[in-house]
Design a protein around this ligand. Sequence first.
Ligand SMILES: Cc1cc2nc3c(=O)[nH]c(=O)nc-3n(C[C@H](O)[C@H](O)[C@H](O)COP(=O)(O)OP(=O)(O)OC[C@H]3O[C@@H](n4cnc5c(N)ncnc54)[C@H](O)[C@@H]3O)c2cc1C
Length: 436
Amino acid sequence: MTDGDRKFDVLIVGAGPGGCCAGIVAARGGLRVAMFERGEFSGNKIVMGNLIKTTILKDIIPDLEEKAPLGRFIRSRRYACLSEETSVSIDITSRKYNEPPHNNLWTLTRKEFDPWLAGKAEEEGVKYFNKTPVESLIKKDSQVIGVKTGKGDFFADITIIAAGANSKLVRQMGEHIEYPPDSYILGIKEVIKFPPETINERFGLTGREGCAIDYYGYPIEGNVGSAFIYTNQDSLSVGAVFNAGSLKGAVRNAPIKHLQLLKIHPAVKRLIQGGKTIALSAHIVPEIGFDYLRSLYCDGALVVGDAAGFLNANMYPLGMLMATASGKFAAETAIEAKKTGNYSSKTLSLYMEKIDYSFFLNDMRKYNRSPYFSNHYPEFFKIYPEMAIELMENYHLNDEESARYKQQNLFRKIRDELTIFPFLRELLESKRKFRF
Ligand SMILES: Cc1cc2nc3c(=O)[nH]c(=O)nc-3n(C[C@H](O)[C@H](O)[C@H](O)COP(=O)(O)OP(=O)(O)OC[C@H]3O[C@@H](n4cnc5c(N)ncnc54)[C@H](O)[C@@H]3O)c2cc1C
């Protein structure tokens, strides 16, 4: 490889959705781009629920839904509260979701989707190096001028770090912020294989219709978090996401235990029985909120997606969307910088302006304090859901009691057990305190 082969306009570290979108947009803008992926292929070891909101990606790849290896569109969103033996749920199903553009919400398998997206970047002219971990940034004074890899050093005017959560490269940009210990979330996911017909039959679906169910309460045992089942084409993603801080030390076995409690629940067991487990993975990521967003650019470098901290459990089905959007903004910033020939942090601050005007920073601001809210008011994750389930269950019990008596009983129980005024006071107080 000659020196010329090692010099690009833009280097991208990581070929996940953030990196690939940055690559596609930058290459289309006429820049010479190299993208490095440490894995044999990207998406190999990613832990996620598998829902993708396609809006930004469709701006970049208009025929995405026809061409990409997507699974099913989400026809039905269900939210269920579980106690040990009971389930109370609401199901949102709409004709609108069933018709194109299908509410822009699909399932996917990252093992298939990420290599496809990396292929799209290559089609646009991005030079893609897989099995090439980036070891460190190369800096000259405060300016990032390239990266060190096992295949030698590469140089560029701008480096885009798209290496996912917990990337040590971000620290090398300069500033480092220590996150509070209760700001980490743990995720675990099992993929269970079924014939598509079995999935359709069990979830009441036809063709490419899909269903996403989020579960609260029992499986997470009062910790802050939720569980999920999402239907892929011929498999189910079954998993749990919860705050590591709320476990109070019992972290080691918690993910598998929560997953197990979900799987043996009567309302869940019948959906997943008889399938073959084909993957089991776990991941820990910081859920830092807007206050902890670090500087997203420095002289010669920009950081996008999970590496930048664009992840929040309340918004986790938006992680890929935020990664793709930030990748696009970073590439647009690189294109503008190239026109001026200036790659200082002042020029690259355009990236922050783009993000500031985008949809997702508003959402991150809105949910900024939600991790802290969740940790301060654990009753919202145990006592209140359990109470709601018990009330609903008893009210619908067909026994000898009259409807009138049941109604009175229901109000009495709410009055006695929910202690409505403290509850409302707590809710208002927390809303003010945590600005959610
Ligand atoms: C439990 C859980 C469930 C989730 N569910 C959803 C969901 O349903 N929908 C959704 O949209 N989001 C979900 N997310 C979030 C989503 O997974 C991320 O937001 C998204 O993957 C971020 O994309 P990214 O490109 O920033 O990083 P990643 O997807 O993490 O990609 C980073 C890439 O960089 C590579 N890499 C890392 N370091 C290096 C290096 N030094 N050199 C070279 N390559 C490197 C990695 O191998 C990887 O391929 C979930 C997250 C968790 C934890």
